[in-house]
Design a protein around this ligand. Structure first.
Ligand code: NAI
Ligand code: MG
Length: 357
């Protein structure tokens, strides 16, 4: 299997190194072989080539079975021209790979429930997956910048548009993911006011009836879903939603976890999938060997599950992370008295060793 590594900037380098050690351990244990191709993206690519997404990076990503990305950006590149900013590298690679499905799991384990802004008992045990449509809807619909209309009044507009194939392909991801989880999909829309949402709801219901009768489907309006997420996050298994609602709900859900050091993500299309932690390049702690690599390691577990068809290895990797937490090892971001403080590479090594047991 070919993996394109894009460590990027800041802590990206350290956390990807740690995750590679764990992936190597999984390959050894489960008997598959991995070939790595490391490429540049973001600020480091600007420094080396003048652009945030060199052609060689795109070619390597397209040729790979999956991409593992660290993070991009940092104050060093705050003043580069807008069209070559580090984030342009991220947007560019997502576009080049046609990644229309964004998966954002959020789990609250007994080790981190006390960090949640919610009451511990309300948060502990939450385990949900947000499936967000990533390339359609209002972010990509027709934009009309502010202008004077025929009556001389300033106006601006953005169009929310979805086609049936776009809804079907993202809904299919959600139903398939639910089958591998607890078998429940909550589709989130605003069907009381939006025609695009009424079509979305109709298509999802048709698919459930025809192809996924074993999956339970319910529908929430987005405003209610936003409330339910903080009132009772444990009621959710898979949340299926469009681009803009998913953007907002996934950030809301991530705060419930209480720490960004443990949250992975995946972006999928019809070809190569891309996996990355949800946090950024953390320039404030970069180069010190103290960043938490577990979000990246859990992103690798998603890679095993969704791109490499290694479900057993994926489960084992997640269990190894839990075991290391259970043994009390923590990077400084999660450290508290009575626990064992370890570095980025140390915790990576511990997870790798656990996996090899
Ligand atoms: P950030 O996520 O990099 O950091 C926020 C805070 O969380 C910082 O105090 C940081 O030290 C801490 N933190 C983040 N990840 C951590 C980890 N794995 N272990 C321990 N502590 C961790 O967000 P911020 O500060 O807003 O952005 C920093 C840079 O990252 C900016 O240039 C931003 O544009 C970029 N960024 C990149 C993203 C990406 O590559 N996908 C996403 C978000 C931000
Ligand atoms: Mg956002």
């Amino acid at each position: 299997m070919k993996i394109c590594l894009l460590p990027g900037d800041g802590i990206g380098v350290e956390i990807v190194d740690a995750a590679v050690e764990v992936l190597d351990a999984a390959a050894k244990k489960y008997g598959f072989e991995i070939e790595y191709d490391k490429q540049l993206i973001g600020g480091c690519a600007i420094d080396a080539t003048g652009v945030p997404l060199p052609e060689a990076t795109i070619a390597s990503a397209k040729a790979a079975d999956a991409v593992l990305l660290g993070a991009v950006g940092g104050p060093k590149w705050d003043n580069v021209a807008p069209d070559i900013r580090p984030e342009k590298g991220l947007l560019g690679i997502r576009k080049a790979l046609g990644l229309y499905c964004n998966l954002r799991p959020m789990t609250v384990s007994k080790f981190t429930a006390h960090l949640s802004p919610l009451k511990t008992e309300r948060a502990e045990g939450a385990d949900l997956l947000i499936v967000r449509e990533l390339t359609g809807g209002i972010y990509f619909g027709e934009h009309n910048e502010a202008h004077l209309n025929a009556d001389g009044v300033e106006e601006a507009s953005d169009v929310e548009l979805y086609t049936r194939p776009e809804v079907e392909r993202i809904a299919r991801f959600a139903f398939e993911a639910a089958k591998k989880r607890r078998g429940k999909v909550t589709s989130v829309d605003k069907a009381n006011v939006l025609g695009s949402s009424r079509m979305w709801r109709k298509i999802v219901a048709e698919m459930q009836a025809k192809d996924y009768p074993e999956v339970e489907l319910n529908n929430f309006y987005v405003d209610n879903c936003a409330m339910q997420l903080v009132l009772n996050p444990k009621q959710f298994d898979v949340i299926l939603t469009n681009n803009i609602f998913g953007d907002i709900l996934s950030d809301e859900a991530s705060t419930i976890a209480g720490s960004i050091g443990l949250l992975p993500s995946a972006s999928l299309g019809d070809g190569t999938g891309m996996y990355e932690p949800i946090h950024g390049s953390a320039p404030d702690i970069a180069g010190q060997g103290i960043a938490n690599p577990l979000a990246t390691i859990l992103s690798v577990a998603m890679m095993l599950r969704y791109s490499l068809n290694q479900n057993e290895a994926a489960d084992a990797m997640e269990a190894a992370v839990d075991a290391v937490m259970e043994q009390g090892y923590r990077t400084p971001d999660l450290y508290a008295e009575g626990l064992k403080k370890v570095s980025t590479s140390e915790i990576g090594h511990l997870v790798a060793q656990e996996l090899l047991k």
